[in-house]
Write a protein that binds this ligand. Sequence first.
Ligand code: MG
Length: 225
Amino acid sequence: MNLAFPPAPVVTLEAMSSNPFPVRRIFCIGRNYPGAGGAGAKGEEPIYFMKPAGAMAQNHSTLLYPTGTADLRAEVEMVVALHKGGRDIPAARVDYDYVFGYAVGLDMTLRDALEHARSEGLPWERAKSFDHSAVCTAITPEYFCGNIAAGKIELTVNGEVRQSGNVADMLWKIPEIVHYLSTRVELFPGDLIYTGTPGDAGPVTRGDVVEATVAGLEPLRVTIG
Ligand code: MG
């Protein structure tokens, strides 16, 4: 087929002992740890928003500092990568049939723009969906690490611990999240899900080195440019 111009290249993530993982879409879950973003307990349904695949930044990169903010945040999140999609996916089948693997991600956020959006009832895109707003490490396939339901999750800035928690404390568990999303939209292979962040990370600024870990997964390290 002749196109009006060449299509954008597929965004990929490295995957241990596998061909690269082609990223289709990025879903992000909000308020998924006790106390994070005002969350106390599970609400009626998970809160989610999206970032475009083109917003992805690779591990070990230098991030563009976004325009129009004085309060950039880096939120550590465990990322789940799907290699099977569908509608109305049963929660009990998610772990072994749908999860390709796991990675460490940063949900980069313009906190000032987010507060403005919340107070004015505006969309979240300006606060969440800018260039380099989704950082992700290489994926560790599920056949290496098994299903991850617990493990330390931590973020440091210039060596100082800013966030520390355990993925076992997620309010909505991965099978519930995948099931829920699949009742709202059709999921596809290549979809990534950022599963929420434990607590407040504080602001980052140009020159900061941000490191993030989830037990058993490749560590993340980026510089704020
Ligand atoms: Mg987040």
